[in-house]
Design a protein around this ligand. Structure first.
Ligand code: NAI
Ligand code: 15L
Length: 268
C-alpha cells in the first residue's frame, strides 16, 4: 500500500517548509519534526536527532520518513558528525526498530562535488560515477547513502537517496541553471520516491529537466518521476548579471561549485 503518514524531519527548514506546502496535495499526512519549533504547527515535534527516545516516539506508526533534517552547508567536522552522521544513524535505528518500511534521504550533489561538470559534448554524469565529496558536509551525505545501503542489505529497510541539486523557489546563480529543482518537481520526485515499488536502496539525482542539465535523470525517471520544469526562462537574466561559467575557474569547473573552492571550516 502507498504510504500515507510520513514523518518529515527538518520540517522547519527551507525545503521542509516548501514540502509542508506541497506534499499534502498528494494525499500525505505529515508528522513534522525539527530542532526548531515551527510557528503555527503546535503538534510538530521539537527534537534533536541526537535524542533517540524522541525519535523512537516520532517514528511510531508512520509508513515512511522523508529525512531532510541536518546541517545543510559546510560546517566543522564535529558539528557534521553529530547532526548528519550520528543523527542519521539514530533515525535509521529508530526506523528499523519501529518497523518503518521506507526512508527518502536528502543526499546532495556535494557527495559527488569534485566531479568535473560536463562541457561541450561530454556525457551527462551517471549516478554510478565514483563519489567525490567536496566538503565534510558532502562526506556526511556519502555516509548516509552507505548507511542506507547497509540497512537495506541487512534489515530490508528501503531507501531512495536523492542527490538534490538546488531546490529553491528560483535559481539564483548560473550554476543553478544546471542543478535547479523547482519545488513542484521536488514534490513530484519525493512522491515518486515514496511510492515506487521495489526500490531496495536506489540513488537518484534530483533536479528539474533543465536545458543545461549536467547529470542523468534516467534513474529518477525510472521511479516514475516526470519533471515538468526547466530553469531556462531564468537564464537570460542570470547570465546578464553574472556572466557565463568560466572553464578555467575552479569554482565553475566542478559539480560542487564554490563548495569545492571555499576554505574548510576548522574548529576554533
Ligand atoms: P535547512 O538548513 O533550511 O533545513 C534543515 C533543517 O534541519 C533546519 O530546520 C534545522 O533546524 C534542522 N536540523 C538541523 N540539525 C538538526 C538536528 N540535529 N535535529 C533536528 N533537526 C535538525 O536546509 P534545506 O535547504 O531545507 O535542506 C534540507 C535537506 O536537504 C538537508 O539535509 C540538506 O542537506 C539537503 N539538501 C538540500 C538542498 C537544497 O537545495 N535545499 C540541496 C541538497 C541537499
Ligand atoms: C546543498 O547541498 C545545500 O544544502 C543547498 O543549500 C545548496 O547549497 C545546494 O547544495 C547547492 O549546491 O546549490
Amino acid at each position: 500500500p502507498a504510504p500515507r503518514t510520513v514523518l518529515l524531519t527538518g520540517a522547519a527548514g527551507g525545503l521542509g517548509t516548501l514540502m509542508r506546502g506541497l506534499l499534502p496535495g498528494y494525499g500525505y499526512t505529515l508528522r513534522l519534526l525539527d530542532l526548531r519549533p515551527i510557528e503555527g504547527e503546535p503538534e510538530a515535534i521539537t527534537a534533536d536527532l541526537a535524542d533517540r527516545e524522541a525519535l523512537r516516539e516520532a517514528v511510531h506508526g508512520v509508513d515512511a520518513i522523508l529525512h531532510l533534517a541536518g546541517i545543510s552547508l559546510e560546517s566543522t567536522f564535529d558539528k557534521i558528525l553529530k547532526a548528519n552522521i550520528e543523527g542519521t544513524y539514530n533515525l535509521y535505528e529508530a526506523a528499523r526498530e519501529g518497523g518503518v518500511r521506507r526512508i527518502v534521504f536528502a543526499s546532495s550533489n556535494h557527495a559527488v562535488g569534485y566531479t568535473p561538470r560536463p562541457q561541450g559534448d561530454d556525457p551527462l554524469i551517471p549516478v554510478d560515477t565514483p563519489r567525490r565529496p567536496d566538503t565534510f558536509y558532502g562526506l556526511s551525505k556519502c555516509f548516509g547513502e552507505d548507511l542506507a545501503q547497509l540497512y537495506w542489505d541487512k534489515h530490508g529497510l528501503e531507501t531512495v537517496s536523492v542527490r538534490i541539486g538546488s531546490c529553491f523557489p528560483e535559481p539564483t546563480s548560473v550554476r543553478m541553471l544546471s542543478l535547479w529543482m523547482s519545488p513542484a518537481d521536488g514534490a513530484r520526485l519525493f512522491h515518486a520516491a515514496l511510492t515506487a515499488e521495489n526500490v531496495g536502496h536506489t540513488v537518484v539525482y534530483g533536479s528539474s529537466a533543465n536545458t543545461r542539465l549536467w547529470w542523468d535523470l534516467t534513474d529518477a525517471r525510472a521511479l516514475g518521476y516526470e519533471p515538468r520544469d526547466d530553469s531556462e526562462p531564468y537564464a537570460g537574466k542570470l547570465l546578464a548579471e553574472q556572466g557565463g561559467l568560466q572553464p578555467d575557474d575552479p569554482a565553475h569547473a566542478r559539480l560542487g561549485g564554490h563548495f569545492v573552492t571555499d576554505p574548510p571550516i576548522w574548529p576554533h
